[in-house]
Write a protein that binds this ligand. Sequence first.
Ligand SMILES: Cc1cc2nc3c(=O)[nH]c(=O)nc-3n(C[C@H](O)[C@H](O)[C@H](O)COP(=O)(O)O)c2cc1C
Length: 196
Amino acid sequence: GTRSPKVALHSTLQQKLKAFGRQNSCTARAAVGIFYTTQTGNTETVASKLAEATGLEASDYDGEDFSELDGVIAGCPTWNTGADEYRSGTTWDDYLDTIKEYDLTGKVVAVFGCGDSQSYADNFCDGIEELHNAFQAAGAKLVGYVDESGYSYGESKSVKDGKFLGLPLDEDNEDDQTDDRIAAWVEQLKGEGMPL
Ligand SMILES: Cc1cc2nc3c(=O)[nH]c(=O)nc-3n(C[C@H](O)[C@H](O)[C@H](O)COP(=O)(O)O)c2cc1C
């Protein structure tokens, strides 16, 4: 009858409008995801604070491929003390090699981590560097490095040229500083191109 051509035209028009919307980023809000892993809840707690500060949602990482996102904020604890590889002791470790193979060119990524700067002073937040390097190998633009001067610790694999390669948080000893550290970091991320 006469109805089916109308429907076909209509859906073609809809597809064109959708494609147009995708091409014009000014009409579509950029998508940023916060992903964390945790053993005892600290990284989840700070991810929730980051979500509150950015208006985003925080998800427990479970192998997502980030293909639909413009930006990623990724957080891990450090449990495998002193380990060269698979330092977080959480789900990230199962996917680091997979993430390195992704093409995340054009995406902006920032890493945060939870650690204990007193009891594990010589491996403070070692997990940050490993997560950072996986996203860097995938071609992402890494932002959100933090000067080490605000922390007292011994050694960290996550410090290069005086900066942590992401935001270290210490819920065991310095949780009173977490809110301020997050607020400052979110402002820093905005200034460095994270589409928040
Ligand atoms: C057995 C054990 C090993 C740990 N190793 C480290 C470490 O190497 N570096 C570090 O910064 N923190 C280390 N921590 C501290 C945890 O990373 C810290 O408590 C963190 O907040 C835990 O995060 P989660 O609750 O999200 O798992 C360790 C803690 C335990 C109990």
